[in-house]
Design a protein around this ligand. Structure first.
Ligand code: GUN
Ligand code: ZN
Length: 504
């Protein structure tokens, strides 16, 4: 790999980056969505993808072209960019997906890489073996060894300016995913797709998806561009980007359209169930659901739905990029996680890897918004807790959710979910967070964890903790030597009931 990818900015493990694709002489802004183009059935023609949807890169299947009597020669003669009429970057897949679906394909990695190069592909793919979820460790490990052999072979083939991907397999075994990623990275190939996750997505197994991606990320260097193979539902873009995925390909926009299904960032709707189109794309502003339903020409109906599906997908990718820019990607993930319980499982699983995400999370961003009990487990909270282990306090120490007191040697604010906050840190990110007035137990429990860490680092300090009615689940984790006491009613409630400060 030779500096094809540059990260500009991080938020959690998500990043804004630039992928240089030398053969196409273009730079792709990431995170990016690659629409899948079926060379036989172009639901939305590539020229339109480029002009109307702003696609800088697309993906098509070289195996389909290789096996087509109609398209094989034109692809070789004209080259892909001419054949498809697309001037951005073109990535090609190898036929591994056909291998997974139909059990057998008849090309080798060398042949298909050569073919990809011959048709002018900008990013080629070897023939990996997509081991499905829940395969035995033994099967996954054996198939991985074969994939690895092919990647090593691919890294020795002269592919000119064409970039070559190194897919990461390993099924639902995180140890294998991590090993696969490490080995793939060591080949020096250019781009790293996490493979065989389509079944996880179609079955809404977002927690397993998070385990697979975080494992793969642990095996890769930070300069590795990561693609999530077959991830095309806009509902999960924010989640996957927050984990550190940079590229996505979507066949979903066309496949769902073929079943009269309409994508939104909150899930999938059937055309028949829509009383109105909630979206403002050209399709949705120029048609009503009833009008689209009444279109007898199936192709025309599906084309309209595919266009809408692509509009929302591209829009969500822009929303994700803007969120990284503003430093509120996790707030977006949290919002999207509310769209389906399995998405919430995915987000909760992501938070189990808060330490992994914290490694690249910027030290300072726009204000942290506490949006749900899950916010208490965000990487920024973890970072503050780690920082508390390095802070010194002496003598009689007050940690309080109420007012400071001169009766102590030191008086610190106690802010759920962060925990103790020294005066110096109070105005700095993330302690300048926007917090709800009404605390939930999770926030108090996280704050108690902060207290525990500060006390563990300062065993000689004599600590008093004053709180607004913390639940037992928080208080019972406060170390034994700490005196705890409840403050009275909330100050803000008092002043409100007395009619003070109640003007807006
Ligand atoms: N498309 C969707 N999943 C995969 C995969 O695991 N490997 C390849 N090569 N293509 C895919
Ligand atoms: Zn629309």
């Amino acid at each position: 790999m030779s500096g094809v990818f540059e990260v500009r900015e991080y938020d959690a493990a998500g990043r804004l980056g630039e992928l240089s694709v030398p053969r196409a002489d273009v730079t792709v802004e990431t995170p990016a969505l690659l629409p899948v183009v079926n060379p036989h059935v172009q639901t939305v023609p590539p020229a339109q993808l480029e002009a109307e949807f702003g696609a800088e890169i697309l993906i098509t299947n070289s195996y389909v072209l290789h096996g087509s009597d109609e398209l094989r020669e034109p692809a070789l003669q004209q080259g892909l960019h001419d054949l498809l009429d697309f001037h951005g970057a073109i990535m090609t897949d190898s036929g591994s997906f056909q291998l997974a679906e139909y059990g057998d394909i008849d090309v080798t990695t060398e042949e298909i890489l050569q073919f990809q190069q011959d048709i002018g592909s900008d990013i080629g793919t070897p023939v990996d073996i997509p081991t499905p979820p829940d395969a035995s460790h033994e099967q996954a490990s054996e198939e991985l060894a074969t994939t690895q052999e092919r990647l090593e072979l691919a890294s020795t083939v002269d592919t000119g300016e064409m970039l070559v991907t190194a897919p990461i397999q390993g099924s639902t075994h995180p140890d294998l995913r991590e090993r696969a990623a490490r080995q793939a990275y060591e080949t020096g190939l250019d781009l790293f797709p996490v493979g065989a996750v389509v079944p996880l997505m179609t079955e809404y197994r977002f927690a397993d998806l998070v385990d697979a991606v975080t494992a793969a990320k642990r095996g890769l260097g930070e300069d590795a561009p990561v693609h999530l193979f077959g991830a095309g539902h806009p509902m999960m873009f924010a989640l996957a980007v927050a984990l550190g995925c940079d590229l996505f390909d979507s066949a979903a926009y066309a496949l769902y359209a073929r079943d009269d299904r309409y994508l939104t960032v909150r899930g999938t709707e059937h055309l028949d169930d829509l009383a109105t189109f909630p979206c403002s794309c050209p399709v949705c502003t120029q048609h009503t659901p009833a009008e689209v339903t009444d279109i007898d020409d199936e192709h025309e109906r599906h084309r309209l739905l595919a266009e809408h599906n692509l509009h929302v997908s591209m829009e969500e990718m822009r929303t994700v990029r803007q969120a990284i820019k503003q430093g509120n990607l996790l707030e977006l993930v949290e919002t999207r996680a509310r769209s389906h319980p399995t998405m919430l499982d995915g987000y909760r699983t992501l938070l189990e890897y808060a330490d992994q995400l914290e490694a690249t999370d910027p030290v300072s961003k726009d204000a942290f918004f506490y949006c749900s009990a899950e916010s208490a487990r965000r990487p920024e909270v973890r970072r503050h807790h780690k920082r508390l282990e390095r802070l010194d306090v002496d003598g009689d120490v007050l940690l309080t959710e109420g007012n400071h007191s001169d009766a102590y040697d030191e008086s610190w604010r106690l802010v759920a979910p962060f925990g103790p906050v020294s005066k110096e840190l109070a105005d700095a990110y993330p302690l300048n967070a926007e917090l709800p007035e009404k605390q939930d137990p999770r926030a108090c429990e996280a704050a108690a964890e902060g207290v525990r860490r500060l006390v563990a680092a300062n065993p000689d300090a004599d600590v008093t903790l004053l709180h607004w009615d913390w639940p037992a689940t928080a208080l019972e984790t406060v170390p034994d030597g700490v005196r705890t006491d409840r403050l009275g009613e909330r100050e803000s409630t008092d002043s409100y009931s007395e009619g003070e400060e109640s003007e807006p």
